[in-house]
Design a protein around this ligand. Sequence first.
Ligand code: 13P
Length: 354
Amino acid sequence: MSLYYFVTLILSMKKNTKLYETVAAMMAPGKGILAADESDATAGKRLAMVHLPNEPENRQDFREILFAAPGIEEYLSGVIMYDSSIKSATDAGIPFADVLTAKGIVPGIKVDLGTVDLHGFKGEVVSQGLDGLLERFKEYYDLGARFAKWRAVITIDEDELPTDAAITMNCIMLARYAQLAQAAGIVPMVEPEVIYSGDHTLAKAELVTTRTLQILFHTLQTYKVDLEGLILKSSMVLAGDMCPDQSTPEQVANATLRTFHLSVPHEVGGIVFLSGGQTPKRSTENLNAIARLGQQPWPITFSYSRAIEEPVLMAWQGKPDRVAEAQKTLLHVCKMNSLATQGKYDSASDGVLK
Ligand code: 13P
């Protein structure tokens, strides 16, 4: 081995060690990740559920309830933020990212800029946001972010969608984003979300998710993304919400793990789930059923947005005197999901999750 090659090897190992440490912190046993990365517009939809206007103060108050909640570090290893939240601070002036870091929670940032129509492919979309991304990563790193998320959307419709062309285009974007993230010392969380709405069967969702993940990992490997320094954020394999034939948690767990075993290389740093519009209770029950199938080649945990935030919002209702109650609810939801990652969630005795 030449000296040059040896030095390059040592340097590259050194570089990626940081990514692996971040992955290990994020995938700490019994902990999960809160996806509080909704855009300001989507935050408005959440606030509307409790009849609050989409004003910066309301978004700010809700984020502070989440990020500053005492004790969340027992169950949360990471929080994904949005551009406006990673640039915001508590009422006392402490940047949100610093609040999280001080608790040992890894701050993350959503970096895709949403979807646009994929021209020529009716009903299919592609995510945008690659232009200037390396510079944005540098800025987010300085603000404290150590991982990032990019969401691609894969839609199932009748027999025709998704097309391989749309999946491939989205996977190329995900691979490019992942390369840039790793170059900036940031762990990429790659999220090809297979959408749950529709009347498709469980079998169809399994087929589509397997195909999507196979194309994704083939593309990531083609572009030399370091899979050990990367986290997959996946949908669970679910029959569409309008499908008359709904599945049991055991069926979901089996279909989901079959999919992963056919498509996800074992060196991938970890797998986290989005909740995708399932109720909080169902997403926790399904995670529990997955954990009950035993140890897998990858650590697996939750990275929910709606399934965590909605019960908290309902407890808060925008009322200052209900902040403590809202934070208690947040802790409960996170604890139940933490138990679910260990296959120890008992839904029959949980009166909070609906
Ligand atoms: P949900 O849990 O609400 O699906 O959101 C997770 C997420 O990160 C979507 O991009």
